[in-house]
Design a protein around this ligand. Sequence first.
Ligand code: GLP
Length: 237
Amino acid sequence: MKIYSNDNYEHMSICAADILCEAIRPNCVLGLATGSTPVGMYSELIRRYEAGKLDFRNVTTVNLDEYVGLRPSNEQSYRHFMNEHLFDRINIDKERTFVPDGSSDPELECKKYNDLLSSLTIDVQVLGIGHNGHIGFNEPSDEFSKLTHAVRLSPSTIKANSRFFASPSDVPISAITMGIGQIFAAKRILLLVSGKEKAEIVERALFGPITPKVPASVLQLHGDLVVVGDEAALSRI
Ligand code: GLP
C-alpha cells in the first residue's frame, strides 16, 4: 500500500488527479465514485482538460453505485452528480459512461451491470469511504459481496447522505452497488480520504482486522492500493 499525505484538500485533489492521469489514455477504463471527497479531483481533471492536457475521447467509465428509485435525470441521482461534476465538462462520449440506472428493475439492472463489468477490466478504481467503512454502497455485512447487487442502506449511511436531500426521509432506502469482488478486480485502487471525521475509520480500514464488518478493510489485500488523503483524515496512521 502507498499512502500520500497532503496538507489540505486542495493538494490531495491535485495529488489524486496526478495518479489518475497516469492511467488516462485511449481505451482505458476508469472506475469512478461519487460523494464529496472526489469532487476536487474532478475539478482538477476538468482544469487539465480545459488547458489541453487531457483527452477523454476514448475513455470508458464505470461508476460504483446508484440509488434505487431515482431516475438518471433526478438531481440527487449519482448519474446527475457525475454529469454535473465531470462528464458534461469534458470531451467524454456519454455512451461510454456507465452508472447503474436506479429507475430500472433492480434485479435486471444488476444483471446488466454484471455483464458489463465482466466484459472489461478497470484500470483504476476511485473510492471514497463511508463513516462505517463502506465502499460503493457495500455496507458492513457478514460476508464480502462478489457481484453487483441491491442493498438496503444502513441508518448511518442514510443520515450521512441526507445532506444532499431536502430531508432524511427523502433519501432512498436502497441502492445498487458494484460488489467488493468487482472493485477488488481493478488493477489499481485509488482510495481518497478527507477530513478529521474519517480518521478513525481510515485507521480501522487500513490497519485493523480484515473483516466484512469494515468492508474497506479488504483493500489491505490488494496488490496496488494507493491512498491519497489530507493530514486530518490520515492523522491516526
Ligand atoms: C456514499 C457513496 C460512497 C462514498 C461515500 C462517502 O455513500 N456511495 O461511494 O464513498 O458516500 O462520501 P463522502 O466522500 O461524501 O464522504
